[in-house]
Design a protein around this ligand. Structure first.
Ligand SMILES: Nc1nc2c(ncn2[C@@H]2O[C@H](COP(=O)(O)OP(=O)(O)OP(=O)(O)O)[C@@H](O)[C@H]2O)c(=O)[nH]1
Length: 350
């Protein structure tokens, strides 16, 4: 018997904007409604901290150590088909890395070989309102371009973390988002809290499978290709590929700059002092805009998961299943990995 294609939703949005927070809500809502969701999680680092948070019960495919839109893109179709074969889910949620260009993922999911098996229903982009404001003030750079791309491709937009921004600034960011994307509904959220039904409603004009409207929206706003392949190890170079761009003049900086989104993964050799850790995190360079990890502190018996996004540090007690090492990943642009490693090593010195 021929089966209907499995609905797929893509969660996009820059690093630390709130994608996993939304994913957790979505999974809870789907399971509460008696549905069987599955997840594809993609991380730049080698460890899937967000997956650890979700627990063992979630049907999940992990794509680690690379960006779904470039270095590990070829594997996406295989992972989707494997999930469908093994679990027969009612829906699949894909959480991309925050450095991913959604257009590349749309291409992979809407590949002709996938059309009978999956239907890309919506692209939900989560935006950190304060972080967007920071970049909008700079008005240039590959991160700015990527944010613009993620917003312009969206079929629904969550303007998140509005608790951290004055009302007038939030309004200003909403207007900017509207300028970049003229058709997606925009919801202001805190903690990505939204009625999940709003994300699953059929999009006007059907699914994203016919994504000419998405591409058109993206053309209106300028560059559509700013995420390239891996340079080496964990350096993700935002390099422009001429073959994909119809208008080279969209990329005047290309010949001169190569912006980097890079990840540094650190495995701890033992417990560290919590106060020194918090002091070190408070002094991280601006180039490190995202970090997460699992730690053991010398002054408490519990283990902790930490989340750091744009100067905000959250710590929560966890009890990971199985053997999980103490490890952290730091993501950003142009930061000094060697200095960071020395600073982290100093936390273990007596
Ligand atoms: N103040 C505030 N913090 C938030 C909000 N939403 C999420 N956070 C916090 O922001 C941090 C990052 O959230 P995540 O959901 O992990 O972000 P993400 O987009 O999945 O991050 P990456 O997977 O690294 O790209 C976490 O510490 C969240 O608790 C919000 O609306 N307000």
């Amino acid at each position: 018997m021929k089966r209907n294609p499995t609905p797929v939703y893509l969660l996009s949005g820059f690093l630390g904007s709130g994608k996993t927070t939304l994913l957790k809500r979505w999974l809870e809502a789907a399971e509460a409604g008696g549905r069987k969701p599955a997840v594809v999680m993609n991380e730049l680092g080698e460890v899937n901290f967000d997956g650890i948070e979700l627990g063992d019960d979630v049907r999940m495919a992990e794509m680690l150590g690379g960006c779904i839109c470039c270095t590990v893109r070829g594997d996406l179709g295989t992972e989707l088909l494997k999930l469908i074969q093994e679990h027969d889910p009612d829906m699949i949620l894909i959480e991309s890395t925050g450095a991913a260009n959604p257009l590349e993922i749309i291409d992979a999911v809407t590949d002709a070989s996938m059309l009978e098996r999956v239907e890309l229903r919506r692209i939900v982009t989560v935006v950190d309102a304060g972080h967007l404001q920071e970049w909008a003030r700079k008005g240039k750079g590959s991160t700015y371009r990527l944010m613009k791309e993620q917003i312009s491709c969206a079929s629904v937009i969550l303007l998140n973390k509005t608790d951290l921004l004055p009302e007038a600034d939030t309004g200003e960011m909403e207007r900017l988002v509207r300028e970049w994307n003229g058709y997606a509904p925009i919801y202001r959220t805190v903690g990505a809290e939204i009625g999940i039904g709003l994300l699953e409603e059929p999009a006007e004009g059907g699914s994203v499978a016919n994504h000419s409207s998405v591409l058109a929206a993206s053309d209106e706003t300028g560059p559509s290709c700013c995420c390239g392949g891996a340079a080496h190890e964990h350096d993700y170079v935002h390099e422009h590929d001429h073959s994909e761009c119809s208008e080279p003049s969209h990329h005047p900086e290309h010949h001169h700059t190569h912006e980097h989104v890079m990840a540094y993964t650190h495995y701890f050799e033992g417990p560290i002092d919590s106060e020194r850790f918090e002091t070190m995190m408070g002094r991280l360079p601006d180039g490190v805009y995202r970090a997460k990890g699992i730690l053991t502190f010398t002054d408490t018996a519990s283990r902790f998961m930490f989340q750091y996004a744009y100067k905000q540090l959250d710590l929560m007690k966890i009890m990971p299943q199985g053997v999980v090492p103490d490890v952290a990943v730091f993501i950003g642009e142009h930061f000094d990995k060697v200095k960071l490693e020395l600073d982290i090593r100093a936390l273990s010195e007596s």
